[in-house]
Design a protein around this ligand. Structure first.
Ligand SMILES: [Zn+2]
Length: 503
């Protein structure tokens, strides 16, 4: 009986402890529910066919760098031929060989500047995966999903780039063509950067546009690039609710080379400690991580935006962070996405040693890659690598000078973020809006320092299986979703540019 009273008391106490902070965990989604005075248009004739054609042009980024000039030439000509209204209205500058910087000028003298970014290039298709594609990756096939009943409505466009990132680029072009046709007048300057090499870092594309902006003193009130999506079925506690994940920061990148030198010799009389055993031990230790896991600023925003929408039990876990932080962080370690969101990741990606089967090698090298959280610097990470490698007799050097910190974190309190949320709610009324941390790289990182408000978001609803199509097999977009992308950009351009249609 005593036991029963005690456990009841503990439950009551836990509930009380949970309730007090719950009062402060107030919903904030309503702020995005403001209606907008924007309009959308019926799709332009041939919009779907144009996206399919854009997929057929194989604008692949190769690493090591190798530009398929013919494919990119054809893509540029295709854009010009497809969007005559846009090309007659906007000023176009070419950077590098095939990067286009478009400017829709405002007539107002005190206009602000807004930038939209999309990229033309796509990643190659693994030839070994070809037989897993339902339709060839550069076919741009417009088909129903396999398994759909015969005579089902045509549902998807298939191919490399339908999600990353030609749908976004082409949707922007459709938007501009429509708006130009309607004689839309932006009150603020609109810029569009269409890079040629985002998939290999953007150094010969968006980075040159950004450099030009720095030199000419052109900065932006806000920037919108790819990054987050509207996710379904991936967020614990919100499995059935679509969530628009808007990247407010992007992780940094650092690769290092760790060398182990131990006297080698004949393999018939080996030492117990060799360069290979040291490299292996270091690699094993690395898997425990270099830093403690943590919630960085974008994730704090994510929690503030979404925790109030979660079921009671999870809500009280989030509301009592002072008690539950370790538990929460340990939950995030259960999935690879969760780990990427809460850690400065560190993983060995290249390992090399040995020259002959009967020679114990005198050296071994391990190349490691880290993705860096906002709040940590590449130097911090380098220091941790150095300390860990030293335990195993290794020395560390930056690998091919590949290092950059995380971007700064953009605010969710800006007017521009609010407008993004409004556009999401207008077109996806069931979706929740949330800031997020972009794990991969985007071209927007090249514009670091040129805007306080850089957001990374593609307006498409994807479940985890569909997300796997990005850089994977059977990349595809539903026709309906593509039309919604066009609508989203049509709303966003009107909101950010505060433009008008002629009366
Ligand atoms: Zn991309």
């Amino acid at each position: 009986m005593k036991k029963y009273i005690l456990s009841t008391l503990i439950v009551v106490l836990a509930v009380l402890v949970g309730l007090v902070p719950l009062i402060h965990l107030s919903p904030i989604q309503d702020r995005y529910n403001l209606p907008t005075e924007t309009v959308v248009f019926p799709p332009l004739k041939g919009a779907v066919d144009r996206l399919a054609q854009s997929i057929q042009l194989e604008t692949i980024s190769q690493d090591p760098r190798m530009l398929d000039t013919a494919a990119f030439d054809a893509f540029g000509q295709f854009l010009r031929a497809s969007y005559p209204g846009l090309f007659a209205t906007l000023n176009i500058d070419t950077f590098s060989t095939h990067t286009y910087f478009l400017h829709w000028p405002s007539t107002s003298p005190d206009a602000k500047n807004y930038l939209f970014i999309a990229h033309q290039d796509v990643v190659p298709v693994d030839q070994k995966s070809l037989d897993q594609w339902h339709y060839p990756p550069f076919s741009g096939a417009i088909e129903a999903a396999p398994g759909d009943s015969e005579g089902a409505e045509i549902g998807y466009i298939y191919g490399r780039g339908t999600l990353d990132d030609k749908s976004s680029l082409m949707a922007l072009m459709e938007t501009l063509e429509s708006l130009a046709f309607q004689n839309f007048q932006p009150a603020h300057n609109l810029y569009f950067c269409l890079g040629q090499d985002e998939e290999i870092g953007g150094q010969a594309g968006a980075a040159l546009v950004a450099e030009h902006c720095r030199q000419t003193g052109l900065s932006f009130e806000a920037i919108l690039d790819e990054g987050g999506i509207i996710s379904t079925g991936s967020i614990p506690g919100l499995k059935h609710t679509p969530v628009a994940l808007i990247g407010t920061a992007e992780k940094g990148y650092l690769s290092v080379e760790v060398s182990f030198n131990v006297a080698g010799g004949h393999s018939s009389m080996p030492n117990t400690k060799t360069a290979i055993t040291q490299a292996a031990a270091f690699t094993e230790a690395l898997s425990d991580g270099l830093f403690e896991s943590e919630f960085s600023a974008p994730l704090e925003g994510f929690i503030t935006h979404l925790a109030p929408e979660m079921p009671w039990a999870l809500k009280s876990v989030f509301a009592n962070r002072f008690l539950t932080e370790p538990l929460l962080l340990s939950l995030y370690q259960k999935s690879h996405t969760g780990r990427a969101l809460t850690n400065n990741t560190a993983v060995a990606t290249i390992m090399a040693s040995g020259i002959k089967d009967n020679v114990v090698p005198a050296s071994a090298r391990v190349v490691c890659n880290s993705r860096i959280l906002p709040g940590t610097t590449p130097d911090d990470v380098l220091e941790r690598y150095t300390a860990l490698a030293a335990k195993y007799g290794g020395t560390v050097e930056p690998y091919q000078n590949m290092g950059s910190g995380a971007t700064s974190t953009s605010s969710t309190e800006s007017a521009e973020f609010l407008m993004l949320g409004q556009a999401v709610k207008k077109l996806f009324p069931d979706a929740l809006v949330s800031p997020y941390l972009t794990i991969g790289g985007t071209d927007s990182k090249n514009f670091e320092g040129l805007s306080k408000n850089t957001y990374r978001f593609l307006p498409m609803v994807l479940n985890p299986e569909e997300v796997a199509g990005i850089h994977g097999t059977n990349e595809r977009i539903a026709l309906e979703d593509y039309h919604k992308m066009v609508d989203f950009y049509t709303v966003m351009v009107q909101l950010w540019s505060a433009g008008q249609f002629p009366k």
